[in-house]
Design a protein around this ligand. Sequence first.
Ligand code: DX5
Ligand code: ZN
Length: 222
Amino acid sequence: MSAARLAPSILSSDFARLGAQVEEVLAAGVDYIHVDVMDGHFVPNITIGPLIVEAVRPLARQYGAVIDVHLMIEKPERFLDDFARAGADILTVHVEACPHLHRTVQAIREVGARPGVTLNPATPLIMLEEILPYVDLVLVMSVNPGFGGQSYIPTSTAKVRRLRAMLDAIHSTAELEVDGGIKPDNAAEIVAAGATVLVAGSAVFGGLSSISDNIAAFKRAL
Ligand code: DX5
Ligand code: ZN
């Protein structure tokens, strides 16, 4: 349980100070950087693209961290190569955005990244059943995608537990990541349900405490 890792979402960072803030989380011992890509179509918000991935790549490489890119976009296959070239190590796509999900997962491997799949809170886990053997990461959305700073949907923990059972049943070593509304006070429950990577945006970059104090609070909770 204590092997779970924290993946700070730079969506909640201060973009005017992006480099310094990314360095602060990396120096605090974090080994994932979560990048939330939104297109104003799949979700009602527009955020960032490959240029930002490219900008954080040197720091991520320097600290040996994984760049974990969450694509909340329609037709993600159009941009897989761009994100991989920019430095994405993991590319996660939504099942709702990919009618040919198996093909998209193969395409992610072909561009040299590790494939992840994710699903919205109201999408049932059965949608993942056929693709699980082919992926390196499964992401459970515990808020409706589109914005940082929303509240954790409480039924997500049971969903994580059921997904953990599905992964174990096929002896999968895929990471089980959870994203949305994660704070030090619910982190342990989510990890106990079977998560291995916890995304946190506002709880790392927001509030009055420093980034390193926020990360320390997560470490204590786990
Ligand atoms: C939501 C994003 C999340 C979000 C997490 O669409 O995928 O990664 O930034 O932010 P918090 O931790 O503030 O819920
Ligand atoms: Zn995300």
